[in-house]
Design a protein around this ligand. Structure first.
Ligand code: NAD
Length: 293
């Protein structure tokens, strides 16, 4: 077990509400804040302390973790934390490398450290303490935060420059959406041609077409028609937009990435941004006039 620390946690949403209790379970004192009172009450019921503001959490913690929905909110929270007694901010959100760099600059101006540690594995992985965490920070900061991050899952250091882990995370997410789009098309085609979708997945999962959609999203959320994989179309669009912006800034073509974004745009227009992103399969189904299931 790591030494017990005074930690803060800001953003108790789908991910944060599953991650912050892991720190409690591992013997740390945790004070948390979310703009929603109900989220704070749930954390208090789980045995945590709650604060009334970002500033209060920053003043009462050595290290603060954040799990927030947008780049601008991460920038704003970093600016607020810079004015508190906290030493290090560790951002677990997916917000792109520019937000991480802005947060680093805001905190460095007050002699504080920043680490970006975006996660993959969804709420189920967060509840089980089995996420994958990509970590980028200066070596001294990495050394201090990696043992704490290991309470959430497997930590993979990817670089010394904050923002590098964000870039890694965005690459993963756009590849996963491209796979979801390609799998939706292939599965709709097979079903329309009379193939059984379960048999198709059996074949694909031992063949070269296998991917995260054939292995997980389709068997779990599309073929059983639950569409409850647990990731909203709007959040996926945010990630894909951030990735396309970074790719463009680097001068890297992302033709398939742009097509995947169009598929997400249509999914959001048709079913709303809160709809699970596996609903993309229904867009293809409607067009093709078949149901994969
Ligand atoms: P969410 O919208 O459920 O949670 C965000 C929380 O932040 C909400 O409870 C909201 O009230 C709170 N919040 C917003 N502004 C705040 C502020 N100024 N101060 C304090 N709290 C504030 O989102 P989520 O699904 O938990 O995702 C959080 C981050 O993790 C996002 O960046 C997302 O892209 C990333 N992520 C999500 C998943 C997933 O499966 N849901 C997986 C990996 C990464």
């Amino acid at each position: 077990m790591t030494q017990s620390r005074n930690l803060g946690f800001i953003g108790l949403g789908s991910m944060g509400s599953a991650m912050a209790p892991q720190l409690l379970k591992n013997g740390h004192a945790v004070i948390a804040y979310d703009i929603h009172g109900a989220a704070r009450e749930d954390f208090a019921a789980a045995g945590g302390l709650t604060g009334d503001s970002v500033a209060e959490v920053g003043d009462r913690s050595e290290i603060v973790f954040t799990s927030l929905p947008s780049p601008q909110i991460v920038r704003d929270v970093a600016a607020e934390l810079a004015e508190t007694r906290v030493r290090i901010m560790v951002d677990l959100s997916t917000v792109g490398s520019r937000a991480s760099m802005d947060a680093t600059i805001a905190l460095a101006g007050r002699d504080k450290g920043f680490a970006d540690a975006p996660v993959s594995g969804g709420r189920a992985g967060a509840l089980a303490g089995r996420l994958t965490l990509m970590l980028a920070a200066l070596p001294a900061v990495q050394e201090e935060v990696a043992p704490l991050l290991s309470h959430f899952g497997k930590v993979i250091p990817v670089g010394a420059r904050p923002g590098q882990a964000q870039t890694m995370k965005l690459i993963n997410n756009i590849m996963s959406v491209v796979a979801l789009a390609a799998t939706s098309e292939g599965m709709a085609m097979g079903v329309k041609a009379g193939l059984d979708p379960r048999v198709m997945l059996d074949v694909l999962n031992v063949s070269s077409g296998q991917n995260s959609a054939t292995k997980d999203k389709f068997p779990r959320a599309v073929v059983p028609r639950t569409f409850d994989f647990g990731f909203a179309t709007g959040l996926s669009l945010k990630d894909v937009r951030l990735c396309l912006d970074e790719a463009q800034a680097l001068g890297v073509p992302m033709m398939l990435g742009n097509l995947a974004k169009t598929m997400l745009d249509i999914t959001a227009a048709q079913f709303g941004p809160d709809a699970d992103f596996t609903m993309m399969a229904r867009v293809v189904e409607q067009w093709a006039g078949v149901e994969i299931g």
